[in-house]
Design a protein around this ligand. Sequence first.
Ligand code: NAD
Length: 250
Amino acid sequence: MQRFESKTVVVTGGGGGIGGATCRRFAREGAKVAVYDMNLEAAEKVASGIREEGGQAQAFCCDITDRASVDKAVEATQQSLGSVDVLVNNAGWDVFKPFTRTESAQWDKLIAINLTGALHMHHAVLPGMAARKAGRIVNIASDAARVGSSGEAVYAACKGGLVAFSKTIAREHARHGITVNVVCPGPTDTALFADYKEGAGNPEKLMEAFTRSIPLGRIGQPDDLPGAILYFASDDASFVTGQVLSVSGG
Ligand code: NAD
């Protein structure tokens, strides 16, 4: 018996680096995976890769900033894969600039994707989980939420907000058998991180500085994250809620 056999797992931003690695790991452990992304082509690529390996996955076009799009995707998931047992809020976006050079339109977009989007997802799945008295939610924040990060002020504020929100929802829904935990990646080699390096101006120097500052001596790879995410989503973590785990090389 595999850990996630017969479980329906939704991963937002499933077409991206960390999301794609997470979808593949859930599928290898028996889950029916709903790959949500606003980039349907990227989501299809991840889902078809999983099916080619013999796993179960379906891509859904979902813009988490749009409540109607979220409701449509959750409804379609329930119809084709069953009720949502596990939600991984992973979709994210960033702008890399000193705060005084950012504009409020960018803050609005950052907040809409990194914070409001996760709120929409919780609002859409929590009532069903509460009615079934079971559910696992794993939110992907960032080490920027814990220690700050130059050039990412509004992003860090969103991720800090997501941590506080997660701890509160964990308290509100513990009596419904729902756990809510947070994984904070450090610098991880994905498209989002490539944009960060570009924004910083001198990618090689930045990589050297990161590598020196990370005790385990390297930046993360997408496959470094699913172990912690699947732990929080599994029965091994049935008595763990409201917790924050950094996966960042120390
Ligand atoms: P990525 O760019 O590879 O993937 C992000 C995915 O989210 C993309 O597929 C994108 O299409 C999707 N997305 C963006 N906006 C969306 C929306 N409105 N609706 C639905 N999908 C949307 O980035 P990643 O590095 O894999 O990021 C995954 C998560 O990890 C994010 O929450 C990010 O903030 C967090 N994180 C990443 C790093 C890092 O260094 N890569 C560090 C800390 C935290």
